[in-house]
Design a protein around this ligand. Structure first.
Ligand code: AP5
Length: 223
């Protein structure tokens, strides 16, 4: 299904299932996966300048300042050659406007915004039980999707970890920040006619199929 340019943005509260769907959709549509969360965690791990500036925001559940994020993403988006799935970017209105500006200069635009919603009790259940692979990025859930061997990644054998921001008090802070700073983006993208909203409480495969229907129609329209 890979083909011409396609810029897709994933939007939704923490734990809605963005990363889980992103891994399936990038495989199916030949998109480059750019997750600001993953990129920031890598920068923090490597002790880079960006990582040092971002650390306290990420670990406390706040947002990293817009100028750091926009600069971090600009090169990566342009290098991806116009087929990209953005997870976690944009997250504020200024970031969305910067993205539009950078795409416009390249005669590109956001083709679809996939919003995944989920109720707060489900989000908490998902995140306190989430484990991730620090090596290949695979995502597990102690109840819904446990690894075959406890604490070990099925895909690459690395030891699974719990994200520092998956502690309940930090999850609540992330949710508050989401409602205040990121939710307004739904109106922004609705106004542009590119917003598609999905129920994140659906089973993973069912949700993937529904999102796929939208991306198929964009692909066949020559997006
Ligand atoms: P980021 O890494 O982007 O975190 P997030 O948006 O809070 O999202 P999560 O990764 O927590 O959740 P998800 O929706 O991907 O859920 P998942 O698929 O893993 O950002 C982290 C931090 O970085 C931010 O707080 C901020 O500090 C900083 N940052 C990032 N971008 C920024 C930006 N643009 N500007 C400023 N700061 C920025 O699923 C969760 C669990 O549920 C898993 O265990 C999974 O197995 C399970 N699950 C998923 N889907 C289903 C399903 N359908 N059914 C059953 N279980 C499911």
């Amino acid at each position: 299904m890979a083909g011409k340019g396609m810029i897709v943005v994933l939007l939704g509260p923490p734990g809605a299932g963005k990363g889980t769907q992103a891994r399936l959709l990038t495989r199916d549509y030949g998109l480059e996966y750019l997750s600001t969360g993953d990129i920031l965690r890598e920068e923090i791990k490597s002790g880079s300048e960006i990582g040092r500036r971002a650390r306290e925001y990420v670990e406390s559940g706040g947002l990293v300042p817009d100028e750091i994020i926009v600069e971090m993403m600009r090169q990566r988006i342009l290098a991806a050659g116009g087929r990209v799935l953005l997870d976690g970017f944009p997250r504020t209105l200024p970031q969305a406007e910067s993205l539009d500006e950078m795409l416009e200069k390249e005669s590109m635009k956001v083709d679809a915004v996939i919003e995944i919603t989920a109720p707060e009790d489900l989000i908490l259940f998902r995140l306190v039980n989430r484990r991730i692979c620090p090596s290949c990025g695979a995502i597990y859930h102690l109840v819904n999707k446990p690894p075959k061997r406890e604490g070990v990644c099925d895909e690459c054998g690395a030891t699974l970890i719990r994200r520092k921001d998956d502690e309940e008090s930090v999850i609540r802070e992330r949710l508050a920040v989401y409602h205040e700073q990121t939710e307004p983006l739904t109106a922004y993208y609705k106004g542009k006619g590119v917003l598609h909203t999905f129920d994140g409480s659906l089973e993973v495969e069912q949700l993937r199929r529904r999102i796929g229907e939208v991306l198929d129609s964009i692909s066949s329209a020559g997006g």
